[in-house]
Design a protein around this ligand. Structure first.
Ligand code: HEM
Length: 394
């Protein structure tokens, strides 16, 4: 017989604090930093920072082993979100330990996060799913670090856009067993193109409405890498879902036989929920649609080929447009340009991945060009096959 699991008083107290006083403290600290001479500085606000550390560690310290191992997956995943948000905030405010211990954000919270991560089989930190797809709203408000409008705008748009990409991936996954000549593959490709179009339009709206400085100084710092136990875990980005790589590989634009791409996917796995990881692993084993058309080039004059290949090209055109917009406009405007303007000493851990900015930019450019099937001598792209396919459409 199983017994129903109720949230313990300690679990409830931590959850209430994360949705209440934690938000107030972070918001007040953001206002102090914003108003100071150097907006990168976390110098002002020592009392608030000490309160944040003390209250968070006290509440997390009261969790019992039952909180960490009992309940269902969603309860424990949500708890990891609370503990992980606390760790990310300690990192963001650069709260120094006074006991001379190792350079980690909060040993008390780290211990709990590590146990939760092990029981959930995910990285022991706050993940993208925690603030997007698995972020329960209570009375219209989901969990955020601050009460700032910019954070809300950023999270709303990221979540909407992620769901659009997920919808596109769902259609493409269903097209694989039907094959490129199936009449319903046409419908699925058209739906995928429409979902991607919605994703790109949302990203454009986000780009137009989010203030660069607000994002750079008040939102992005919570998404940095965190030292948890002995390991530095990278921060989160909107790509921490299966959909983006399902789309790449099912279309045939990227492949695990490319060691660089394989490394990106492998490195991402601990930051995905297990259900997402399973989806991703299945898609990596699937045949891809572009190969399906290439193997049928001699059927190019068939009505099915003309119709389905044109729909396929529409999908990759929108995907490429989105990749170019993300890199050439969003990343440039919100990360590259503002980073160039800050002092060298503040550039430590500037990227979510923790890699130096120029290495990150080169890696994102590579992905942009693969998703756009652009001509590149140094990177495997499907430029020639896509060009040939275009030339066959009347
Ligand atoms: C202000 C808005 C955004 C900014 C500044 C931004 C910036 C970045 C940066 C810097 C990275 C690399 C992270 C790292 O490894 O350090 C990244 C990755 C990524 N972002 Fe964004 N992003 C934004 C919004 C979005 C949105 C709305 C989406 C789509 C839902 C998205 C999709 C991705 C994906 C898929 C990746 C992983 C790399 C890839 O597969 O392309 N981003 N983003």
């Amino acid at each position: 017989m199983t017994t129903a699991h109720w949230p313990s008083a300690a679990r409830t107290a931590l959850g209430d604090w994360i949705r209440g006083r934690f938000v107030e403290i972070n918001s007040s600290l953001e206002d102090l930093y914003w108003g100071s001479e150097d907006r990168n500085s976390t110098e002002p606000g020592h009392e608030l920072q000490a309160e944040l550390l003390r209250s968070g560690e006290e509440l997390i310290g009261q969790l019992s082993s039952d909180d960490l191992t009992g309940g269902d997956f969603d309860d424990r995943f949500s708890l990891l979100g609370d503990v992980g948000m606390f760790i990310s905030a300690v990192r963001r405010h650069e709260i120094e330990r006074t006991d001379g211990g190792p350079n980690e954000e909060s040993p008390v919270a780290a211990q709990v996060a590590i146990q939760l991560g092990a029981s959930l089989d995910v990285a022991p930190r706050f993940l993208t799913a925690h603030n997007q797809t698995h972020n329960l709203a209570i009375n219209g408000r989901y969990r955020t670090f601050t009460s700032g409008e910019s954070e809300r705008l950023f999270t709303d748009y990221n979540t909407r856009s992620v769901y659009a990409y997920m919808q596109a991936a769902d259609g493409l996954v269903r097209a694989v067993p039907l094959g490129v000549s199936h009449p319903v593959t046409y419908d699925l490709l058209r739906d995928a193109a429409a979902a991607l179009r919605r994703g790109v339009d949302l990203n454009r709206e986000l780009n137009d409405s989010l203030d660069v400085d607000e994002f750079f100084f008040r939102v992005r710092p919570y998404l940095k890498p965190c030292q948890i136990g002995r390991t530095l875990f990278r921060g989160n980005n909107a790509g921490d879902f299966a959909a983006f790589n399902e789309i790449d590989t099912i279309l045939g634009l990227c492949s695990m036989s490319d060691p660089h791409y394989a490394q990106i996917v492998t490195e991402k796995l601990p930051f995905l929920m297990p259900s997402e990881r399973q989806r991703l692993e299945e898609s990596l084993r699937s045949p891809n649609l572009l190969d399906g058309f290439v193997h049928n080039f001699d059927a190019a004059d068939q009505p099915w080929f003309q119709k389905n290949a044109a729909a396929f090209l529409e999908v990759i055109d929108v995907l490429g447009e989105g990749a170019r917009h993300h890199h050439d406009e969003i990343v440039k405007r919100f990360i590259t340009v503002p980073t160039a303007a800050i002092e060298e000493r503040h550039k430590k851990r500037i990227t979510a991945s923790g890699s130096p900015l120029d290495a990150l930019i080169a890696s994102l450019e590579r992905l942009r060009d693969q998703r756009s099937a652009a001509p590149r001598d140094d990177v495997p792209t499907r430029h020639d096959d896509v060009q040939k396919l275009r030339s066959l459409i009347r």
